[in-house]
Ligand binder design. Structure first.
Ligand SMILES: Cc1ncc(COP(=O)(O)O)c(C=O)c1O
Length: 407
């Protein structure tokens, strides 16, 4: 496998050349990533040249609409799904609320859903509220020590009443990569659909949703080098079954069915810049192929770089007895989203790290249920260090040195 050309990568992100950010290494990427220049360029172009109502028969409008359509088509192709199966909403949280609304009409009282206590609240709370409609909510619980979700436990929760299983591809505090294809196959065998929160996974390489088999796959563009949008993949078979949540006359359009509000035209159009970036990355590293092959190539390229940088950090933190590392200590099994429980409030520690040029955060990161389950006071929270493929070896070394001083 070709090694990632980190200089090329960083040249695609204006933040790395921004004078006010010099000397500061960014380690809160799970909160929101830097934006690639392809997205910024498209956003500026849309606001300066195409800021008219799209899909009308004059040139600026036609171009605006075309860019919005291209964004969906190109991202869908990278993820191995049809264009109509990908849609945009204001955020992943908003998207799950709309989907939960659809399921509340689709399901009958007495039927069941499964949620986890590993998830960010976005893929948990909206579904749990279905209890108010008479839906039985079953919780797939993590191991209190490790934060691990055991598929054997899921087997015990599945039966013919379950219509939906909601779980994360990767938790934003535990970091462990869950076996989505295996979990999905188990749910399908029991007659249930799955809704996968991919927000903490997608920035580390877009998955091929067709290969995973997931019925719904959600992620947030603003954590994946793009603008502030939530992106939903809803496979056709399920999308056509669920009741329409949009205007009645849009019911026949799969990509409009679960986006009741008008789209943010400029941000949808700018999302094509994410595809530009992934394609530029593939081309720069000598890859040519179909969109799905390009998606897979970029995924593996990013992952290999991240795994290489992550192991020394995991080794450094798991050696300490005053730090509890959440999730696996082997880099292959996790995303580079590393939460540390310190037995004291985490945010002041993040503030100390800032003095050493490290941008990181402390808190509960809306994973309150996961922290509670692992015996961590959400008010104290965890120190979270998260990076992506654009992070350099030197930045990780600087982080380890700063942690040595502060923790
Ligand atoms: C794992 C995970 N899921 C969902 C969300 C919610 O995403 P959004 O901010 O787009 O609603 C977040 C945001 O932090 C997250 O980390």
């Amino acid at each position: 496998m070709t090694a990632l050309d980190i200089d090329f990568v960083r040249a695609q992100f204006p933040a790395f050349a921004e004078p006010s950010l010099q000397g500061q290494a960014f380690f809160e990427n799970a909160g929101g990533s830097y934006t690639c220049r392809q997205v910024i360029d498209r956003l500026i172009r849309f606001y300066t040249q195409r800021k008219v109502q799209p899909y009308a028969p004059y040139e600026a409008s036609r171009l605006g609409g075309e860019e919005m359509d291209k964004a969906r088509a190109r991202l869908a192709a990278l993820m191995g799904v049809a264009t109509d199966e990908l849609s945009f909403g204001p955020s992943t949280t908003q998207n799950t609320y709309v989907l939960a609304q659809a399921f509340s009409k689709f399901m009958k009282p007495g039927e069941a859903i499964i949620v986890t206590n590993q998830d960010h609240e976005a893929n948990s709370g909206p579904w749990r509220r279905l209890a108010e409609e008479g839906i039985e909510v079953r919780e797939w619980q993590i191991d209190p020590q490790t934060g691990h979700l055991d598929t054997a436990q899921l087997e015990n929760l599945l039966d013919e009443k379950v219509r939906l299983v909601c779980f994360p591809h990767c938790s934003n505090v535990v970091g462990e990569i869950n076996p989505v294809a295996e979990i999905t196959a188990m749910a399908h065998a029991a007659g249930a659909f799955v809704c996968v929160d991919g927000v903490s996974y997608a920035p580390h390489g877009l998955p091929n949703v067709d290969e995973l088999g997931a019925d719904i796959y959600l992620f947030s563009a603003y954590k994946t080098y793009g603008p502030h949008q939530g992106i939903m993949v809803i496979r056709k078979a399920l999308g056509e079954l669920l009741p329409n949540q949009a205007h009645y006359f849009n019911a026949d359009s799969l990509y409009k069915r679960f986006t009741p509000a008008g789209p943010d035209h400029a941000q949808v159009a700018a999302s094509a810049g994410m595809a530009d970036y992934f394609e530029a990355l593939a081309a720069h590293h000598g890859h040519a192929g179909t969109a799905a092959e390009t998606g897979a190539f970029v995924h593996d390229l990013m992952r290999a770089h991240e795994v290489k940088l992550l192991q020394p950090l995991l080794d450094a933190v798991s050696d300490r007895n005053n730090v509890r590392l959440l999730g696996p200590s082997r880099a292959e099994n996790r995303a580079p989203t590393v939460a540390l429980s310190l037995n004291r409030a985490a945010e002041p520690v993040a503030a100390q790290l800032a003095e050493f040029g490290i941008m990181a955060g402390g808190g509960d990161f809306y994973a309150v249920r996961a922290l509670d389950a692992m015996g961590i006071d959400p008010a104290e929270g965890v120190l979270r260090i998260s990076f992506t493929h654009y992070t350099s070896e030197a930045e990780v070394a600087k982080l380890i040195e700063a942690l040595d001083r502060v923790v």
